[in-house]
Design a protein around this ligand. Structure first.
Ligand code: IMP
Ligand code: MG
Length: 176
Protein backbone atom coordinates (compact mmCIF):
# COMPACT_ATOMS: atom_id res chain seq x y z
CA UNK A 1 0.00 0.00 0.00
CA UNK A 2 2.80 2.42 0.91
CA UNK A 3 4.36 2.01 -2.54
CA UNK A 4 1.15 3.42 -4.02
CA UNK A 5 1.87 6.80 -2.39
CA UNK A 6 3.91 9.28 -4.41
CA UNK A 7 4.58 11.78 -1.66
CA UNK A 8 4.22 11.97 2.11
CA UNK A 9 2.55 15.29 2.94
CA UNK A 10 2.48 14.97 6.75
CA UNK A 11 4.26 12.20 8.63
CA UNK A 12 3.16 10.60 11.91
CA UNK A 13 5.22 12.95 14.05
CA UNK A 14 3.93 16.09 12.31
CA UNK A 15 0.35 14.88 12.73
CA UNK A 16 0.85 14.00 16.41
CA UNK A 17 2.37 17.44 17.10
CA UNK A 18 -0.57 19.14 15.41
CA UNK A 19 -3.12 17.03 17.29
CA UNK A 20 -1.51 17.99 20.62
CA UNK A 21 -1.51 21.68 19.61
CA UNK A 22 -5.22 21.59 18.69
CA UNK A 23 -6.11 19.71 21.90
CA UNK A 24 -4.27 22.36 23.94
CA UNK A 25 -6.27 25.14 22.27
CA UNK A 26 -9.50 23.26 22.93
CA UNK A 27 -8.58 22.79 26.60
CA UNK A 28 -7.79 26.50 26.87
CA UNK A 29 -11.09 27.51 25.24
CA UNK A 30 -13.51 25.22 27.07
CA UNK A 31 -12.98 25.76 30.77
CA UNK A 32 -16.36 24.56 31.95
CA UNK A 33 -19.58 22.93 30.79
CA UNK A 34 -20.17 19.70 28.94
CA UNK A 35 -18.15 19.36 25.75
CA UNK A 36 -19.47 16.89 23.19
CA UNK A 37 -16.88 16.00 20.56
CA UNK A 38 -18.69 14.77 17.43
CA UNK A 39 -16.70 12.83 14.83
CA UNK A 40 -17.90 12.87 11.23
CA UNK A 41 -17.73 9.27 9.97
CA UNK A 42 -15.83 7.65 8.52
CA UNK A 43 -12.93 9.89 7.54
CA UNK A 44 -12.54 11.74 10.83
CA UNK A 45 -12.57 8.59 13.01
CA UNK A 46 -8.77 8.34 13.29
CA UNK A 47 -8.26 12.05 13.97
CA UNK A 48 -11.16 12.05 16.45
CA UNK A 49 -9.75 9.15 18.46
CA UNK A 50 -6.29 10.74 18.67
CA UNK A 51 -7.66 14.20 19.44
CA UNK A 52 -9.91 13.18 22.34
CA UNK A 53 -7.00 11.38 24.00
CA UNK A 54 -4.93 14.59 23.96
CA UNK A 55 -7.74 16.69 25.47
CA UNK A 56 -7.29 16.84 29.24
CA UNK A 57 -10.76 18.10 30.25
CA UNK A 58 -13.71 15.67 30.40
CA UNK A 59 -15.52 15.12 27.11
CA UNK A 60 -18.44 13.13 25.79
CA UNK A 61 -18.20 11.69 22.30
CA UNK A 62 -20.66 10.93 19.55
CA UNK A 63 -20.58 10.31 15.80
CA UNK A 64 -22.58 11.38 12.79
CA UNK A 65 -22.41 10.18 9.22
CA UNK A 66 -23.59 12.20 6.26
CA UNK A 67 -23.33 11.82 2.52
CA UNK A 68 -24.03 13.90 -0.55
CA UNK A 69 -26.94 12.99 -2.74
CA UNK A 70 -26.23 11.96 -6.30
CA UNK A 71 -23.37 10.30 -8.12
CA UNK A 72 -21.13 13.30 -8.64
CA UNK A 73 -17.77 13.20 -6.87
CA UNK A 74 -17.93 16.94 -6.41
CA UNK A 75 -20.36 17.78 -3.69
CA UNK A 76 -23.59 19.50 -4.77
CA UNK A 77 -24.59 20.67 -1.33
CA UNK A 78 -27.54 18.28 -1.00
CA UNK A 79 -26.67 16.20 2.02
CA UNK A 80 -28.42 13.41 3.91
CA UNK A 81 -27.69 12.04 7.36
CA UNK A 82 -26.95 8.30 7.26
CA UNK A 83 -26.27 7.88 10.98
CA UNK A 84 -27.49 10.50 13.40
CA UNK A 85 -26.20 11.43 16.85
CA UNK A 86 -27.27 9.14 19.69
CA UNK A 87 -28.19 11.91 22.11
CA UNK A 88 -29.75 15.35 22.31
CA UNK A 89 -27.24 18.20 22.12
CA UNK A 90 -29.52 20.81 23.64
CA UNK A 91 -27.55 23.12 25.93
CA UNK A 92 -24.19 21.44 25.22
CA UNK A 93 -20.97 22.80 23.76
CA UNK A 94 -20.53 20.83 20.54
CA UNK A 95 -17.26 20.44 18.67
CA UNK A 96 -17.61 18.89 15.21
CA UNK A 97 -14.45 17.03 14.20
CA UNK A 98 -13.87 16.62 10.47
CA UNK A 99 -10.99 15.14 8.50
CA UNK A 100 -10.85 17.55 5.59
CA UNK A 101 -12.91 20.48 4.38
CA UNK A 102 -13.08 20.95 0.64
CA UNK A 103 -16.04 22.97 -0.66
CA UNK A 104 -17.42 23.14 2.88
CA UNK A 105 -20.91 22.24 1.70
CA UNK A 106 -21.15 19.08 3.82
CA UNK A 107 -20.13 20.96 6.94
CA UNK A 108 -22.41 23.88 6.22
CA UNK A 109 -25.32 21.47 6.16
CA UNK A 110 -24.18 19.72 9.35
CA UNK A 111 -23.64 23.01 11.12
CA UNK A 112 -27.13 24.26 10.30
CA UNK A 113 -28.59 20.90 11.25
CA UNK A 114 -26.83 21.05 14.66
CA UNK A 115 -27.80 24.66 15.32
CA UNK A 116 -31.47 23.74 14.85
CA UNK A 117 -31.13 21.43 17.89
CA UNK A 118 -30.33 24.35 20.24
CA UNK A 119 -26.85 23.53 21.53
CA UNK A 120 -25.09 26.07 23.73
CA UNK A 121 -22.41 26.45 21.05
CA UNK A 122 -21.05 24.70 17.95
CA UNK A 123 -17.51 24.96 16.62
CA UNK A 124 -15.63 23.05 13.94
CA UNK A 125 -12.23 21.39 14.17
CA UNK A 126 -10.72 20.03 10.95
CA UNK A 127 -7.34 18.44 10.50
CA UNK A 128 -7.01 19.59 6.88
CA UNK A 129 -8.45 22.56 5.03
CA UNK A 130 -8.44 23.18 1.28
CA UNK A 131 -9.38 26.85 1.62
CA UNK A 132 -9.01 27.61 -2.08
CA UNK A 133 -11.95 25.37 -2.95
CA UNK A 134 -14.37 26.72 -0.36
CA UNK A 135 -17.89 27.40 -1.68
CA UNK A 136 -19.59 28.15 1.62
CA UNK A 137 -18.96 30.83 4.20
CA UNK A 138 -18.53 28.64 7.27
CA UNK A 139 -16.36 29.77 10.13
CA UNK A 140 -13.84 27.08 11.07
CA UNK A 141 -12.29 27.76 14.46
CA UNK A 142 -9.68 24.99 14.62
CA UNK A 143 -7.65 24.13 11.52
CA UNK A 144 -4.72 21.70 11.62
CA UNK A 145 -3.09 22.25 8.24
CA UNK A 146 -4.05 24.41 5.26
CA UNK A 147 -3.31 22.46 2.09
CA UNK A 148 -3.39 23.16 -1.63
CA UNK A 149 -5.87 21.50 -3.94
CA UNK A 150 -4.20 18.11 -4.01
CA UNK A 151 -6.00 14.82 -3.45
CA UNK A 152 -4.68 13.17 -0.28
CA UNK A 153 -5.29 9.91 1.60
CA UNK A 154 -4.35 8.25 4.89
CA UNK A 155 -4.96 8.82 8.60
CA UNK A 156 -8.65 7.93 8.11
CA UNK A 157 -9.04 9.54 4.69
CA UNK A 158 -9.78 7.25 1.75
CA UNK A 159 -9.76 6.89 -1.97
CA UNK A 160 -12.57 4.43 -2.85
CA UNK A 161 -12.48 3.16 0.78
CA UNK A 162 -8.75 2.38 0.57
CA UNK A 163 -5.77 3.87 2.45
CA UNK A 164 -7.68 4.81 5.64
CA UNK A 165 -5.23 2.81 7.76
CA UNK A 166 -2.07 4.55 6.55
CA UNK A 167 -0.58 6.24 9.65
CA UNK A 168 0.54 9.28 7.61
CA UNK A 169 -1.09 11.60 5.05
CA UNK A 170 0.10 11.33 1.46
CA UNK A 171 -0.72 11.74 -2.18
CA UNK A 172 -1.70 8.49 -3.94
CA UNK A 173 -0.61 7.51 -7.43
CA UNK A 174 -3.17 7.02 -10.18
CA UNK A 175 -5.95 9.22 -8.87
CA UNK A 176 -7.59 11.86 -10.96
P1 IMP B 1 -17.00 19.12 1.03
O1 IMP B 1 -16.25 20.03 1.98
O2 IMP B 1 -18.47 19.11 1.26
O3 IMP B 1 -16.65 19.41 -0.39
O4 IMP B 1 -16.59 17.63 1.26
C1 IMP B 1 -15.57 17.26 2.11
C2 IMP B 1 -15.42 15.75 2.02
O5 IMP B 1 -14.90 15.40 0.73
C3 IMP B 1 -14.41 15.26 3.03
O6 IMP B 1 -14.98 14.98 4.27
C4 IMP B 1 -13.89 14.03 2.32
O7 IMP B 1 -14.75 12.94 2.57
C5 IMP B 1 -13.94 14.38 0.85
N1 IMP B 1 -12.63 14.89 0.37
C6 IMP B 1 -12.30 16.16 0.07
N2 IMP B 1 -11.03 16.26 -0.32
C7 IMP B 1 -10.51 15.01 -0.25
C8 IMP B 1 -9.19 14.46 -0.51
O8 IMP B 1 -8.23 15.13 -0.87
N3 IMP B 1 -9.06 13.11 -0.29
C9 IMP B 1 -10.11 12.32 0.11
N4 IMP B 1 -11.33 12.80 0.38
C10 IMP B 1 -11.54 14.13 0.19
MG1 MG C 1 -15.45 13.46 5.62
Amino acid sequence: MKNEITKVMFNEEQIADKVRELAKRIDDDYKEGTLLVVGVLKGASVFHSDLIRQIQRPVMIDFISASSYGMSSTSSGAVKIDKDLDYSIEGLDVLIVEDIIDTGLTLKYLLENMLARHPKSVEICTLLDKTARRKSDIDVKYVGFQILDEFIVGYGIDYAEKYRNLPFIGVPKNVD
